[in-house]
Design a protein around this ligand. Structure first.
Ligand code: ADP
Length: 192
């Protein structure tokens, strides 16, 4: 089973992906986490990605797609993947489909966590205080990330709707309530 989790920055993708991966025995692939690890270790990839991330821009597709493919290759024995923060552009979505197809795999379902922008800003600023993430501490950068999402990522909803694989749920209630909603939805559609 392969799942894509969508949602604006701060919508709870990472938190929920951590539950889902355990419940369904999936490999969690978060492009944001991989970028942050690389920035910490000061790798070439980290150096390249940093300026984009710090200014609230998407990292260019070429770098991101490469990283994603490497992560899948490192985990080929997996029972399935939960993608968190990927794809974020149509090009990434098409690439992911083609890459999985070559391995006789496909996306089963994509789920969007819907949260009001005002709530998101508060959540992200709070996370920024706790984590020290530079992109979480500045309202302008957060706005910029919302703009990137609205301009480049949200169009992927149509892409997956055309494939009958798109679902959305509210991400505004408690973590546990969202988790329950999400697992019910997955149980219902996991064999689609
Ligand atoms: P959030 O969902 O809160 O924005 P992430 O950890 O998913 O947090 O992403 C942090 C940053 O990493 C993004 O703002 C972007 O710069 C970069 N990034 C993550 N995933 C991708 C992707 N698939 N394509 C391009 N850039 C990405």
């Amino acid at each position: 089973m392969n799942i894509v989790l969508f949602g604006m920055p701060g919508s709870g993708k990472g938190t929920q992906a951590n539950f889902i991966k355990i419940k369904y025995n999936l490999t969690h692939i978060s492009t944001g986490d991989v970028f942050r690890e690389n920035i910490k270790k000061n790798t070439e990839l980290g150096k390249l990605a940093r300026s984009y991330i710090d200014s609230g821009k998407l990292v260019p597709d070429e770098l991101t797609i490469n990283l994603l493919e490497n992560k899948i290759e490192e985990n080929t024995n997996s029972k399935g993947y939960i993608f968190d923060g990927f794809p974020r552009t149509i090009e990434q979505g098409i690439h992911l489909d083609n890459f999985l197809f070559k391995k006789n795999l496909s996306i089963n379902l994509t789920i969007s966590l819907e949260v009001d922008e005002r709530i998101l800003i508060n959540r992200i600023l709070k996370r920024g205080v706790e984590s020290g993430r530079a992109d979480d501490q500045d309202k302008m950068k957060i706005r910029q990330r919302f703009d990137e999402y609205n301009q480049k990522t949200s169009i992927l909803k149509e892409y997956y709707k055309e494939q009958n694989k798109f679902f959305s749920i509210s991400g505004q209630d408690s973590i546990n309530q969202v988790k329950d909603r999400l697992t019910k939805l997955i149980d219902k559609h996991k064999n689609d």
